[in-house]
Design a binder for this molecule. Structure first.
Ligand code: CP
Ligand code: NVA
Length: 305
């Protein structure tokens, strides 16, 4: 497997991550500078809904001169039981890269093993690495640096939390995650983030105390309490996660100039108070825009091998 896959943020070294963000900044300044996908087709399989990821990838591919095929599993024989491996082999005969949003990470890995073109994780139950590229671009454009910036993530130890742990550690940041007991990020990811942080000057904190995570934070981040596929647990989770709501009281524990990120979609009044999401300290609309610029940089990176 020589092609460049992007299944987790660990696919890039720290220096490559910063180079990707630099390239995203350049593409943001001038959206029409690259035609790296001229004559190329990118397949996008969505086994879960998406607004930002799907649209930003479609626009990214178009602006880079290529053609995007947005496919739901219901449109494919995949939805009728064709294997993910056969799908990967077949797509590789037609297209130049595959972007996939799915459930188990194992499904993505199986697709990547069978495909001979790059495979990009557009969200799995385990990770959301494309999101974190945009998050880091947003932090850097607001603060002018990433090293030693403290980002507090409050809520479910989910796919977004996992990618933030690894991505922030790679960027030399202090990442602090606060989740209720039993909803914390998986230990292997925390261990890997700690290992990365040792080499970058970053730091990792995992706690059940939201106030501890947020103390002195430069950036406060949250995500939905019930991710896609967990709709049946939503009511139970609303009770368990209530103390972790990102509201004005919690935000007051961060630095006075701290700003707020959320990958979106948001549930106002659940994981985030409306006055915070819609308030002056919210950077979520820039963050969502940056999905486009970072994914263009990522598409250039995967095509460059
Ligand atoms: N943040 C994010 O991935 O949004 P979508 O689910 O709309 O793609
Ligand atoms: N954790 C959320 C992120 C949505 C972009 C989910 O997986 O549904």
């Amino acid at each position: 497997m020589t092609e460049r896959d992007f299944l987790t943020i660990d696919a890039v070294e720290s220096a490559e991550l910063i180079a990707l963000l630099d390239r995203a900044d350049a593409l943001k300044r001038d959206r029409r500078t690259s035609r790296v996908l001229a004559g190329k087709t990118i397949a996008m399989i969505f086994e879960k809904p998406s607004t930002r990821t799907r649209i930003s990838f479609e626009v990214a591919v178009a602006e880079l001169g290529g053609t995007a095929l947005a496919l739901s599993s219901a449109d494919l024989q995949l939805g009728r039981g064709e294997t993910i491996e056969d799908t990967g082999r077949i797509l590789s005969r037609y297209v130049h890269a595959v972007v996939v949003r799915t459930f188990e990470q194992d499904r993505l890995e199986r697709l990547a093993r069978s495909a001979s073109v790059p495979v990009i994780n557009a969200l799995s139950d385990y990770a959301h690495p494309c999101q974190v590229l945009a998050d880091l671009q947003t932090v850097r454009e607001r603060l002018g640096r990433l090293a030693r910036v403290k980002l507090a993530y409050v809520g479910d130890g989910n796919n977004v939390a996992h990618s933030l742990l690894l991505g922030c550690a790679k960027a030399g940041m202090h990442v602090a995650v606060a989740s209720p007991a039993g909803y914390d990020p998986i230990p292997q990811v925390v261990g890997r983030a700690e290992q990365i942080a040792q080499g970058t000057g970053g730091a990792v904190t995992v706690t059940t105390e939201a106030v501890e995570a947020v103390r002195d934070a430069d950036v406060v981040y949250t995500d939905v309490w019930a991710s896609m596929g967990q709709e049946g647990e939503a009511e139970e989770r609303r009770l368990i996660f209530a103390p972790y709501q990102l509201n004005e009281v919690l935000l007051a524990r961060a630095k006075p100039e701290a700003f707020v990120l959320h990958c979106l979609p948001a549930h106002r009044g659940e994981e985030i108070a409306a006055e915070v999401l819609d308030g002056p300290r919210s950077a979520v609309w820039d963050q969502a825009e940056n999905r486009l610029h970072t994914q263009k940089a990522l598409l250039e990176w995967v095509m460059s091998e």
